[in-house]
Design a protein. Structure first.
Length: 229
């Protein structure tokens, strides 16, 4: 994608984003003109915890993984962000170091929006500021829910909740390409215990493990398990 094509695609994505959707058309166009395109190959780090953060980024193409490292050398996967999502807004707002790692899960094209360019727009747009507050509050709520799940619910329930985050697209059952290590990182367990749970669910016909895919045949059983809480 050319820089001009990415800029136009980025403008359309910003229109759909709740934050910038509250701005007028001219404001979005001016903001995209300040944006800097960046490309990353699959697996390439985008930013790390503790690095200076003077920008936020919009995903134009691909998927970005947001994660936190643990003291034991593992990572906790916080989110996989598709095209149209923003990340890095916390560091962009307060000018402090990054609070999470970001990695290109696939080939990614990003638009980088610098703090010096975004803040003046937010100052002139109270509606955009309110939307940003709503976005940050939603992320805090999700983080609180995640920590509550890890503290109070058993691993099968946490796995079920995580699997249900990926509904089926189109006809047929949902088919996830997450590895069991990635699934363990998302639900706060070990790969061995996740494997043990999935094998039991496969025996019961709830899921199928095939060619590194987890295929959900009985999502209603997982939903019932989650309802118990």
């Amino acid at each position: 994608m050319t820089n001009s094509g990415m800029a136009e695609h980025g403008r359309k994505l910003l229109e759909k984003c709740p934050l910038f959707g509250a701005m007028h058309e001219q404001g979005r166009r001016e903001l995209v003109l300040h944006a800097r395109p960046r490309s990353f190959v699959a697996g390439e780090p985008i930013c790390h915890v503790g690095e200076p953060g003077q920008s936020m980024m919009a995903v134009v193409v691909g998927t970005v993984r947001i994660s936190l490292p643990t003291t034991k050398g593992r990572e906790i996967i916080l989110a996989d962000l598709p095209a149209g999502e923003l990340f890095g807004e916390i560091a962009m707002l307060d000018g402090k170091p990054r609070s999470a790692n970001a990695t290109a899960l696939t080939r990614c094209e990003l638009l980088v929006l610098e703090r010096r360019d975004v803040l003046p727009f937010l100052e002139r747009s109270p509606a955009a500021c309110l939307k940003l507050m709503e976005m940050l509050c939603a992320r805090i709520r999700r983080s609180d829910e995640r920590m509550s799940d890890i503290a109070f619910f058993d691993l099968p329930t946490r796995i079920a909740k995580t699997l249900l985050l990926f509904p089926a697209r189109g006809p047929g059952p949902a088919k996830l390409s997450l590895s069991q290590s990635e699934l363990a990182d998302m639900c706060g367990g070990t790969r061995e215990n996740v494997n043990r749970c999935l094998r039991e669910w496969q025996r019961r016909g709830i899921v199928e493990l095939r060619n590194r895919f987890t295929i959900i045949h009985k999502p209603e059983v997982l939903r019932e398990l989650v309802k118990i809480i």
